[in-house]
Ligand binder design. Structure first.
Ligand code: PEP
Length: 253
């Protein structure tokens, strides 16, 4: 059984004070939740304070990005060891905004994934097609490329630490989420790739999140799908009420 994982990506939002106010509200609203793994990913500047606030609670800490070396002359970068030191368990890697605005490609993303794993962090690897790629019917080709090349040279042990987030770029921040059926289909496709790269048992153990305009209104329908093991939430994770509602989604069936 895969434990659902629901993560909030706060992106470049929240001062330290605002982050602390948000996380305090999440702690109050979610303290009794045991059946979902909850993760918050504040900006780097708020990791330390948010980490202290959630220490010993059921909320885990994640970062939004990382560099591919442990230390050295890389001005302005943050290493996986530093994130681990701050108490991070997860790190988002290969978000479409990093691919788009910072030119990150699969090769760089794979290096970040491998270095993060070697430092004891669990990568949340983001994959997903752009609108023009879906319109051209190329969504599976693109996702295959992101998954296979993002996860090159990983052992089975490493793979079990990885979470994959399927985030169609056209659904991010647009208010137009993928239908639960389309997401389910793509998640099955991703699981089949994992099976062909490793084996069925391993593929069945890896959690695959959906991301893109997840809200309290659509979470239950998404989570009702057998292949959707959680969600990565952007905009709706910035508001305590809506993130609490998402984590406390109503189970169907
Ligand atoms: C994201 O950026 O990872 C995301 C899913 O954003 P939103 O929920 O705002 O669409």
């Amino acid at each position: 059984m895969r434990k659902p994982i629901i993560a909030g990506n706060w992106k470049m939002n929240k001062t330290v004070q605002e982050a602390c106010i948000l996380v305090d509200a999440l702690k109050k609203g979610l303290s009794d939740v045991r059946d979902v793994e909850i993760v918050v990913c504040p900006p780097f500047t708020a990791l330390r304070d948010v980490g202290k606030a959630i220490n010993g609670t059921n909320i885990h800490l994640g970062a939004q990005n990382v560099y591919l070396e442990e230390k050295g002359p890389y001005t302005g970068e943050i290493s996986p060891l530093m994130l681990k030191d701050l108490g991070c368990k997860y790190v988002i890697i290969g978000h479409s905004e990093r691919r788009r605005y910072f030119g990150e490609d699969n090769e760089l993303i794979n290096k970040k994934v491998r270095k993060s794993l070697s430092c004891g962090l669990s990568p949340i690897l983001c994959v997903g097609e752009r609108l023009e790629e879906r319109k051209a019917g190329r969504q599976e080709e693109v996702v295959y490329d992101h998954v296979v090349n993002g996860l090159t040279d990983l052992s089975k042990e490493d793979m079990m630490q990885v979470v994959i987030a399927y985030e169609p770029v056209w659904a991010i921040g647009t208010g137009v989420a993928a239908t639960p059926e389309d997401a389910q289909e793509m998640h099955k496709f991703i699981r089949n790739i994992l099976s062909s790269l490793h084996d069925r048992d391993l593929a069945e153990g890896v959690r695959i999140q959906y991301g893109g305009s997840v809200k309290p209104e659509n979470i239950s329908d998404l989570m009702a799908k057998s292949e959707i093991d959680g969600v990565l939430v952007g905009g709706a994770s910035l508001n305590a009420d809506s993130f609490v509602k998402i984590v406390r989604f109503k189970r169907r069936g």
